[in-house]
Design a protein around this ligand. Structure first.
Ligand code: LR7
Ligand code: MN
Length: 585
């Protein structure tokens, strides 16, 4: 080496340096790509990320992910400390009254909330070890986010605990701002007092929707004003668990067309206990029922197997809709929300169907945990009763569900009415969006994204109330017992479908079928044996509708009979008798 001329020496040295740098980078890229193998091993090709030339290699240090505000030290005996339940001491009459008023006002225990620190610490990070070990790469780095919280007459303590929990957990470098969007609240504490209070929290701003139009347009207002690359929505009564934000943002970097939700932990509505994650917990996916109700269902086994570890996302047919992150640019590309939906409800299913059908993905990221106070009923006033909510559902059915919208209309008389009378407004802009994005149809969504759903007949053989022509009655469950079915003269509205598989189903979505048992006279409603896209129903649930209007069970060979007001199974009579004669009306 000594004998070589100077320029050659420099050249060789440079080559060596370049080689080492490249090797180092390749190593990092490889690691990263390994960490980011297509998360579910399905349809999606791996996304190759080009590192930003300006960012440093390696992973973020703890220092770099420091939150905006340090949490004040917590007295472990303080009410609700470490996420523990609020325990009430002996109460005075006045305190009892306060509790009651709090419940009436908010549908949760405001009294307890008001006594728990706005800064309460949730204690030890109890997430799965895979989550604790998850690394976040500086290249290409995590995007910034605006957190948008819409509220309508939210209690002071729950609203501000939500705000503080973000300030205490979200890395300051990633948190552009918190936007509180007021949906025309009438409570005094949410007016000037709130404006004044948030002035001390430099990155928090209050936006106002002057007229109450609901959470959908309020969120749109927030989204428009947001400066961060990612929009993160939260309800106004949440608490973020440590480390909740990074996994959401990391997944978006890996899959920019994803809409990602955290795992939602419950905060008890009575005691505000934060149900902390436990490593071995059951995982759920968001689903929908044909009544267009959102629900949870445990993940099918095959899907579980595709996740290599806990940091992998769960592909979810639908999402709850309140807590999620999405790139602002993608939110806009995919058509934000239907801004003609009002007040509350339906926007989550609309967005779920739309995102899946138009090429994105809806996912739950189990390493991200956010608590939410679930309530049994809504504390809000709904000026037009249930009309507005149903109208939202009709709008989404009209745009995204193709011929399957009929299934929904069969189950919801109000929706059918709104459809028939064209009271759902104009949906042409949404149809245009679907056209422009060349979205897939609903049948594709059902077959590929939610194959576990029960596929009802698009046109059932018969449907309506099941009545016995002799007795003028329909079926009604007697009390708690599932065994004994009664006839009722009041005409309790129970909706049945007589399916192409010869089942007598209570509304699809409830998944209960008329069921016979060998050697027993009583019939019952039991979970339908035919699930998903199964082929044939079980004989105990197969009923042949004869020419003489009898319902003959395949297993027992007996006929559905009314005797003394009870619905039973007896030997089929030759001549059509009233007691065995049925009709769907
Ligand atoms: O008219 C209203 N205006 C509002 O600003 C009614 C409500 N709101 C606000 C309200 O203050 C709250 O922050 O909107 C948010 C949601 O309303 P909630 O908390 O009264 O109802 P919810 O928790 O049942 O809301 C769920 O369903 C809604 C349907 O439109 C939205 O999708 C919510 O985001 C959703 N919440 C969640 O997904 C949180 C997880 C719960 C579950 C499942
Ligand atoms: Mn809520």
């Amino acid at each position: 080496f000594r004998r070589l001329t100077f320029p050659v020496k420099v050249g060789i040295s440079c080559l060596i340096v370049v080689f080492f740098i490249t090797w180092h980078n390749i190593n990092i890229r490889d690691n990263r790509l390994q960490q980011h193998i297509p998360a579910t091993g399905l349809v999606r090709p791996p996304v190759v990320l080009l590192p930003d030339p300006h960012c440093l290699p390696g992973i973020y240090s703890k220092e770099e992910l420091k939150p905006h505000l340090q949490r004040p030290l917590q007295d472990p005996r303080a009410p609700g400390a470490n996420g523990k339940p609020f325990v009430s001491h002996r109460m005075t009459l006045k305190e009892r009254e306060e509790i009651l008023n709090g419940f009436v006002k908010n549908q949760f225990n405001q009294f307890a909330s008001d006594r728990i620190s706005l800064h309460r610490d949730l204690g030890k990070d109890t997430r799965h070890p895979d989550c604790l070990e998850q690394k976040f790469w500086r290249c290409p780095g995590l995007p910034t986010t605006s957190v948008i919280i819409v509220f309508h007459n939210e209690a002071w303590s729950t609203l501000l605990r939500t705000v503080y929990s973000v300030l205490h957990t979200a890395p300051a470098a990633l948190l552009t701002e918190i936007l509180l969007v007021d949906d025309a609240s009438t409570d005094d504490h949410l007016k000037a007092r709130l404006d004044k209070y948030v002035r001390q929290l430099s990155i928090v701003r209050v936006l106002r929707q002057r007229k109450r139009r609901g959470l959908i347009t309020a969120r749109l207002l927030g989204a428009q004003a947001a400066q961060g690359k990612v929009l993160t929505f939260l309800d106004s009564h949440c608490e973020c668990f440590p480390g909740w934000l990074e996994p959401l943002l990391a997944r978006l970097v890996e899959q920019p067309t994803a809409v990602v939700s955290p795992q939602i932990a419950t905060i008890g509505l009575k005691d505000l206990k934060f149900n902390k994650p436990v490593p071995k917990r059951k995982l759920y996916q968001g689903i929908f029922k044909w009544q267009l109700k959102f629900g949870w269902e445990s993940i099918p086994e095959e899907k579980k197997k595709l996740r290599k570890n806990e940091t992998y996302p769960i592909r979810s047919p639908t999402f709850a809709g309140g807590l999620f992150s999405v790139f602002k640019s993608y939110f806009e590309h995919i058509g934000t929300y239907d801004d003609q939906m009002e007040l509350w409800g339906g926007e989550n299913l609309e967005m779920s169907f739309r995102v899946w059908q138009c090429g994105g993905q809806v996912e739950i990221i189990p390493c991200s945990v956010v608590g939410h106070i679930y309530r049994k009923s809504s504390p809000h006033t709904f000026p037009n009763g249930r009309f507005v909510i149903t109208r939202n559902l009709v709008r989404l059915a009209e745009v995204w569900m193709d011929e399957y919208k009929r299934v929904f209309y069969r189950l919801n008389k109000r929706a059918a009415f709104i459809f028939k009378e064209k009271l759902f407004g104009n949906v042409s802009a949404r149809h245009n969006l679907r056209e422009r994005l060349q979205c897939r149809n609903f049948s594709w969504y059902l077959n590929n994204i939610y194959p576990e759903i029960y596929m009802p007949d698009l046109q059932p053989v018969m449907h309506g109330q099941l009545e016995n022509t002799g007795w003028m009655c329909c079926m009604k469950q007697k009390g708690e017992s599932v065994q004994q079915l009664k006839c009722s003269y009041e005409g309790a509205a129970q909706y049945f479908e007589y399916t192409s598989q010869h089942e007598v189903r209570l509304s699809p979505g409830i998944e209960l079928c008329l069921h016979a048992t060998l050697g027993r006279v009583w019939v019952s409603f039991e979970l339908c044996r035919l699930k998903g896209n199964g082929k044939t129903a079980a004989p105990e649930q197969v009923w042949i509708f004869t020419q003489t209007n009898q319902l003959k069970n395949l297993l027992t060979g007996n006929c559905l009979t009314v005797s003394e007001g009870n619905v039973t199974l007896t030997a089929c009579k030759e001549s059509p008798l009233f007691s065995q004669s049925w009709v769907f009306i």
